[in-house]
Design a protein around this ligand. Structure first.
Ligand code: ZN
Length: 499
């Protein structure tokens, strides 16, 4: 394993070597050769994967995932998905697991649970959901796998091959240099999916996840039929050899038995007839547009929405216009985008995602005055939306009002202490204000929050060198010591795992 004595470039190389090797180690078809640069695993490696080790493993995969081009960095979507998952997991049978959901740009219908409570949802899955309860049904099933610790239990059962992968991921974590350009690392979802498909949940695990998921779905007042109707359509699709549905059914094998269990369970409870929220329709429209990978795809998605505007009514019609507007923004046809936005708001309809779009449109026109004024009222009206807060900070930055941006961002950090993006944005403004120390310190916070402790230490050391204030220097020193202590704990954790 890379350690502090080695040169940074060697460490970087080691980390770069590890990741493609992981894919090889994870592919069952390939010989389980010990890949170059991997830590050696002793016989006792098959020991229990503790919740803490599982969490750190999940963090390591997630840290790589943030660099994956398929990762969708959209605060509105993240907040919606994670919010829904937490409503469900609040009703978990034992304890409340820490769940974080993210979206993956991929038209196939799939979702996967990673170690540490991270759940990835493909855009294709959201697009295919016909109601919010259907989406909640799939999420509940995935949370069921998390609650039952199927990933950790599966990893331990996998013995050597997968454990090599686990050790490699942990080694990559303690060697992390932060979000430097590392195209080799851009295959994180390959790893996550590989872990899932290698584990290939057993029938028993599927039944457990269904049962636990069902309980959470019911307790959170979703329509419990959502689970059966979505899985039913998936099973039909995979029976017809439709490629889109196969990804999910490969890792979560569906059977007639499972389907009838689901239906029987639903018969035993009162069905909540819960209409989908307006958030669901706007989120689904955005997912459809975000999964378009080419100009041609974008054009097709715009046409799809255009048709929907003539068929659909009410909120669905508004969401179709919203989708059209997003498409035109992509094509840089801002006048058309604005027309579609206005059509989406007809009948005095308002939604925070429509307002977010209006801010983006103002920024696209370089009308920063308008963007700031729209953002200010949107933040006041929907104070619980992080995406709007980010749009506000971005508008101030675009207007060159960096001191105001910093002040605003500091307020948001107090409100959402777990959001790394505010620190990253603050670093940008500090850099423009010529404050190198504050820039580095905020980047250090950003790295520490995304799990890249070595990168955080590096930033702090640079901040320390640039600082001329004794008090500030000792504050920085204290933080360096804290991160180094945490880093040592990580390395010890890995060592214990190895020996
Ligand atoms: Zn499953």
């Amino acid at each position: 394993m890379p350690n502090s004595e080695r040169s940074p470039s060697l460490r970087r190389k080691a980390a770069a070597l590890l990741l493609p090797a992981l894919l090889a180690a994870a592919a069952p078809a390939l010989a389980p050769a010990q890949p170059v640069g991997l830590p050696d695993l002793g016989d006792s490696a098959a020991q229990e994967l503790s919740p803490r080790l599982e969490q750190r493993l999940g963090d390591a995969i997630m840290m790589e995932s943030l660099r994956d081009p398929a990762y969708i960095d959209d605060p509105d979507l993240l907040q919606y998905l994670t919010g829904m998952a937490r409503q469900l997991s609040a009703h978990a049978p034992v304890g409340t697991p820490n769940i974080n959901v993210f979206a993956v740009r991929d038209p196939s219908i799939n979702a996967f649970a990673m170690p540490g409570g991270y759940i990835g949802v493909h855009t294709g899955l959201v697009v295919a959901a016909q109601s919010e309860s259907e989406l909640a049904g799939v999420l509940a099933h995935e949370i069921g796998h998390v609650v039952q610790r199927h990933i950790a239990r599966g990893l331990v059962q996998q013995k050597q091959d997968t454990l090599i992968m686990v050790a490699a991921l942990l080694a990559a974590l303690v060697a992390a240099r932060g979000n430097s350009q590392a195209p080799e690392a851009a295959m994180a979802f390959g790893q996550a999916a590989a872990i899932n498909s290698q584990l290939g949940f057993s029938r028993e695990a599927e039944r457990e996840a269904d049962r636990t998921g069902f309980q959470m779905l019911e307790a959170a007042n979703y329509n419990v039929n959502g689970m059966a109707s979505f899985f039913g359509r998936l099973m039909q699709a995979s029976g017809l050899n439709e490629r889109t549905g196969q990804a999910f059914t490969r890792t979560h094998p569906l059977s007639i038995e499972r389907m009838s269990d689901m239906q029987n369970r639903a018969r035993g409870v009162v069905i909540h007839d819960r209409p989908s929220s307006s958030d669901f329709y706007f989120v689904r429209a955005k997912m459809r547009m975000l999964q378009a990978n080419s100009g041609q795809d974008t054009l097709e998605a715009i046409r799809y929405f255009e048709n929907r505007t003539t068929e659909a009514q009410g909120i669905e019609r508004s969401a179709a216009y919203y989708g059209m507007a997003l498409g035109y923004v992509r094509q840089r046809q801002y006048d058309k985008a604005n027309d579609a936005y206005l059509a989406a708001t007809s009948g005095a309809r308002t939604h925070f995602m429509l307002e977010h779009l209006a801010i983006d449109l103002a920024l696209a026109r370089n009308d920063t005055q308008q963007a700031i004024s729209l953002a200010r009222s949107a933040v006041a009206r929907w104070p619980e939306q992080r995406g709007l807060a980010m749009a506000m900070a971005e508008s101030l930055q675009r207007a060159g009002r960096n001191q105001e941006a910093v002040d605003f961002l500091k307020e948001q950090m107090l409100k959402w202490s777990d959001e790394p993006r505010f620190y990253q944005m603050a670093a940008v403004s500090y850099s423009r204000l010529g404050s190198a120390v504050n820039e580095r310190r905020n980047m250090a916070d950003y790295y520490a929050m995304t799990g890249a402790l070595p990168a955080a230490v590096e930033q702090l050391q640079q901040a320390r060198a640039a600082s001329k204030d004794f008090y500030e220097q000792s504050q920085i020193d204290a933080k360096v010591r804290e991160y180094q202590r945490r880093l040592k704990e990580e390395r010890d954790l890995l060592k214990r795992f190895q020996s």
